[in-house]
Design a protein around this ligand. Structure first.
Ligand SMILES: Cc1cc2nc3c(=O)[nH]c(=O)nc-3n(C[C@H](O)[C@H](O)[C@H](O)COP(=O)(O)OP(=O)(O)OC[C@H]3O[C@@H](n4cnc5c(N)ncnc54)[C@H](O)[C@@H]3O)c2cc1C
Length: 492
């Protein structure tokens, strides 16, 4: 057996892990500092499966190649893994005659990269597709192959499938040091030291730090912030397609879209931060204003601000030269670093690339006969017909109790989420783990009603006191202790 340790359980790391579980002679471990999978860069992004027309193959050959391949693979992965998705296509809107020159460049590049079915459409066709787009729009580039997925549900689905196929997940395990011995690598976490023949560095914003621990000092990763506004699902109108402005030299521009749960979403902008600000996820007034004004330039029918349910930010892990760093360094240490946009799109193709690198290092990859590509989606009360609800309630009354009113999440859904958390090895019970599996707490009230109910269910399932349950891992406990002890009069 060849032992491979993947550092980082984001979309890149987990896709690599899934790919490696195909082989009978590879034992694959993933080491992640957070309490659950997908909580790094993979959590907060635009969630687009890009078409592959943006990346200039002359300047960014790795991105250009892997984006288009990733798009194709996602068409298969969303089916195998039952990942929420929509293939609704993108429109890159032109407002000036000069914009068509840029659209022609994108069309030409897309064709070169192998993007199918792209074409420039006239004003009439654009307005038939999007009647509420800005009135002075002249036309658009239509890219039907673009889609949207739920990024965290996707990472969770990949993780469940990888674990079902034999991968081992080490959560709450921050890599503190990496040592190279004569024979192998030793990866040190606070709990254990993990031995590996090959190490794959998929640590997102911290890939430079992990590479340095292993003795490779050849790149640094800097954060580039993008901010978003998310609106309630009952706002109207909402676009049916992903809307982009015509891009500039520095940016793809602010996107206006209806994300897969039905919420209007606008963003992101692009703000370069210093290397040490890798945790700076704060929203800023300037950033949010910029996003709002830019979105209005293609979508003037913006809802009132009272319809905003959330603002958030994500940080792109920018590599120094702009292209992904996917290469074998030395002695079996492989970087999958600098995975900025379109990293979500490219992840399944990055996974293939890494498997090829391992094969190129002389490991014969022997296919497992019983590898199972399929994974079943968690049940969602809000997607069930009345007949299905009756059948589920007959099996378990928990499906008849609503925990989250905004998104119609039942107690049965939450209990199933907890079972699935335990299946992949979530040791620290977190409300966010339930949120990302069920959508509870993400509706209009943002958890005011359901959070205490979820805490109670987590406490029962993990045999803990409610105040020991965390929001998102150690350090975010719900409370400091039993504050009702005085009322009850049983203080010791
Ligand atoms: C604003 C924005 C918009 C974007 N939009 C899109 C889009 O629409 N389409 C698209 O294709 N891409 C998009 N991207 C890019 C995409 O989100 C990323 O490329 C992708 O999520 C990177 O995934 P990753 O697994 O490499 O990194 P991460 O998800 O960050 O995973 C790395 C993991 O490593 C862990 N880790 C770090 N250090 C350690 C350590 N010492 N020990 C153990 N674990 C560690 C982290 O906790 C993390 O979970 C966008 C990104 C941003 C920020």
């Amino acid at each position: 057996m060849v032992k491979v340790a993947v550092i980082g359980a984001g979309v890149t790391g987990m896709s690599i892990v899934r790919e490696l579980t195909r082989y009978q002679n590879i034992e694959v471990h993933v080491i992640e500092k957070q309490s659950d999978v997908g909580w790094g860069v993979s959590k907060a992004n635009t969630a687009l499966i890009h078409g592959g027309y943006d990346d200039d193959p002359e300047r960014f050959p790795v991105r250009a190649k892997l984006c288009i391949r990733g798009n194709r693979l996602w068409h298969r992965w969303v089916k195998e893994l039952q990942i929420p998705h929509i293939w609704n296509g993108a429109l890159i809107v032109a407002k000036k005659d000069e914009d068509f020159k840029e659209l022609e460049i994108l069309l030409e590049r897309g064709r070169k990269n192998g993007v199918p079915e792209m074409r420039i459409i006239e004003r009439e066709e654009l307005f038939a597709m999007e009647p509420h787009v800005v009135k002075d729009a002249l036309g658009a580039l239509w890219v039907p192959v673009v889609g949207q997925i739920g990024p965290i549900p996707a990472v969770i689905a990949i993780a469940e499938n990888a674990v079902a196929n034999g991968a081992k997940l080490h959560l709450d395990s921050e890599v503190l040091d990496i040592e190279h011995t004569e024979k192998d690598w030793i990866i040190k976490t606070p709990q254990e030291s993990i031995r590996a023949d090959y190490v794959i560095n998929a640590a997102g914003l911290y890939a430079d730090k992990i590479a340095r621990m292993a003795g490779f000092e050849n790149f640094s990763i800097t954060p580039r912030k993008g901010e978003y506004w998310l609106f309630d699902d009952d706002v109207a109108p909402k676009p049916a397609h992903v809307l982009f402005p015509t891009p500039t030299k520095i940016s793809k521009g602010v996107v206006v879209t209806t994300e897969i749960s039905g919420h209007l979403m606008i963003g992101p902008n692009a703000q370069n931060l210093p290397a040490e600000e890798k945790e700076n996820l704060a929203n800023t007034r300037e950033g949010l204003d910029e996003v709002w004004h830019k979105a209005q330039e293609i979508w003037p029918a913006m809802p009132p601000r009272s319809k905003v349910i959330r603002t958030f930010a994500g940080l792109r892990p920018e590599p120094p030269e702009g292209d992904f760093i996917i290469r074998h360094e030395d002695a079996g240490f492989i970087n999958a670093a600098g995975i900025r946009s379109p990293g979500l799109t490219s992840a399944p193709a990055i996974a293939e690339e890494v498997a090829n690198i391992i094969a190129g290092l002389g490991v014969e990859l022997k296919i497992k006969n019983d590898w199972n590509p399929m994974r079943q989606e968690i049940s969602h009360f809000f997607m069930m017909t009345p007949q299905m609800v009756n059948d589920m309630v007959a099996k378990s009354p928990a499906y008849g109790k609503i925990v989250c009113r905004c998104n119609k999440v039942s107690e049965g859904d939450v209990l199933e989420a907890i079972e699935r958390m335990k299946f992949i090895g979530v040791k620290t019970p977190c409300v966010d783990s339930v949120k990302f599996r069920t959508k509870a707490t993400t509706g209009t009230c943002q958890g005011s009603f359901c959070r205490p109910r979820i805490v109670k269910l987590l406490a029962e399932a993990y045999n803990l006191q409610p105040w020991q349950i965390t929001l998102k891992g150690p350090g975010s406990e719900m409370g400091v202790g039993d504050i009702k002890v005085l009322l009850r009069g049983d203080a010791q």
